[in-house]
Design a protein around this ligand. Structure first.
Ligand code: NDP
Length: 240
């Protein structure tokens, strides 16, 4: 039977490319999203992939959603924690609400979903978890104290959970994308983006498919010996 994969934020941007790639690899994919019903409907229409709406920052909501997916589709064996948001501001203007929203969604969401699938994966002795971090969690970024903290947290979270899962054949890895051409990056002012691209050795923004390629690699059944790793997919930017 096809393995079931849950991709959070899986109906647009990087997540949509991940969902499609996993579907192409023969997985049964469920994509979650927060509120963009139009994007979800269009994505299901295009791909046939089922979309479910729940907030990754809501623990009870994640538990209920996972239970429903597992009852109706099958046990989740592949989890991609991709949902994320930015609320950028310099410290002077960074409010407590902006801090909480980014930590609760990007990092809290990772905990909420891992916790919800963990007992099942442990009992079945198989799991593939990929957490989407960021180059800005590795290097920091001006105006992103909240986002860098959340993404940096994901990298530590990944290494700690990988140690817990290893004996049960659950691998836990992270991908640290560089700048990828999605709506999130299109919100960056043009002059700032120009400077960012100048620092990318490949001389271009990433494509969502560049990140999906890494997810396919890390979630393959025979990727069993790769755990606790962070894969940098950023056109070489991490070297600068
Ligand atoms: P987008 O803004 O294009 O899409 C974000 C997705 O996450 C949407 O599907 C959105 O759902 C979902 N989402 C947001 N908040 C929640 C929530 N509280 N609960 C459930 N789902 C939620 O983002 P990208 O595709 O650009 O980014 C995907 C991931 O990659 C993020 O974790 C991001 O931090 C990371 N990343 C992105 C980079 C980039 O350059 N784009 C670089 C490095 C990392 P909805 O459509 O309903 O709003």
């Amino acid at each position: 039977m096809a393995r079931v994969a849950l991709v959070t934020g899986g109906q647009r941007g990087i997540g949509a490319a991940i969902s499609k790639a996993l579907q192409g690899a023969g997985r049964t994919v469920v994509a979650s999203y927060a509120g963009n019903d139009a994007a979800a409907a269009a994505f299901t229409e295009e791909t046939g992939i089922r979309c479910v709406k729940f907030d990754v920052s809501d623990f009870a909501g994640c538990q209920a959603a996972v239970a429903k997916i597992e009852a109706e589709v099958g046990p989740i064996e592949i989890l991609v924690n991709n949902a994320g948001i930015t609320r950028d501001a310099m410290m002077r203007k960074l409010t407590r609400d902006m801090w909480d929203a980014v930590i609760d969604t990007n990092l809290g969401g990772c905990y909420n979903l891992c916790k919800s699938v963990w007992d099942g994966m442990s009992a079945r002795k198989f799991g593939r978890i990929v957490n989407i971090g960021s180059i800005n969690g590795q290097a920091g970024q001006l105006g992103q104290v909240n986002y860098a903290a959340a993404k940096s947290g994901i990298h530590g979270f990944t290494k700690a959970l990988a140690q817990e899962g290893a004996r049960a054949s659950i691998t836990v890895n992270a991908i640290a994308p560089g700048y990828v051409d999605t709506e999130m990056v299109r919100a960056v002012p043009a002059d700032v983006l120009e400077k960012i691209i100048a620092r990318i050795p490949r001389g271009r923004l990433g494509k969502a498919e560049d990140i999906a390629r890494g997810v396919l690699f890390l979630t393959a059944d025979d990727a069993d010996f790769i755990t606790g790793s962070t894969l940098s997919i950023n056109g070489g930017q991490h070297m600068y």
